[in-house]
Design a protein around this ligand. Sequence first.
Ligand code: ADE
Length: 251
Amino acid sequence: MNYHILTLFPDMVMDGLNTSIIGRAKEKGLLFIEAVNIRDFTQNKHNRVDDYPYGGGAGMVIQAQPVYDAYQHVEKKIGRKPRVLYMTPQGRQFTQSMAEELAREEDLVFLCGHYEGIDQRVLEEIVTDYVSIGDYVLTGGELPAMVMIDAISRLLEDVLHNEASAEFETFHDNLLEYPQYSRPEIWRDKQVPPVLLSGHHANIEKWRREQSIMLTVDHRPDLIEQAVLSKKERIFLEKYVEEKEKRLQQT
Ligand code: ADE
């Protein structure tokens, strides 16, 4: 996977992405990440990238030309038109399934805005996807790009050491991940659930799936509709929901 980040703050993204698992994957050559500084493509002597908005209003607008030239630099290098993701709170909400879809691309361009935004004309010219990481407004697109690169990269082959860990996790089958325990067996009078000490793999698996179902109902009821469940698990879910409703009516 090759990531090309168009930004005014290359150090911010590269410092963050050179760390931990993503940094190691980069060192191993599993990922290529470059930050392309939009400022390097200005054509004025003060290297200004922004100007006042037509029609007035607060803030500044990043001009079309340096953004377009930075993009063209990437397009020329890779020799074809890549997907260009513009980080904006007005975009489609980034999800795990979007991460899975993007992980299949060979090149991804992230366009990070700052100030009040980017001239609309260059967005129309180059952007293929408008993406938001949530309903809140950040000062720029760099953190969203880093969030997305992290979520996408961990799905790529060999990036995580434990191959199973990307598969059996939160959002697998649209369920939240079951709770985990490690040593000691008793901590502050709290005992590890006995089934986990039993060595009975089928029972452990069943317990974990049921924990995932209950957690999803309790914390993310919006996900449970799409959960991939066996017949027995569906019956378990219906019973759990029924009992929960009864409990709620009693209080
Ligand atoms: N830029 C500013 N806020 C953002 C958000 N929530 N998601 C993506 N890009 C952004």
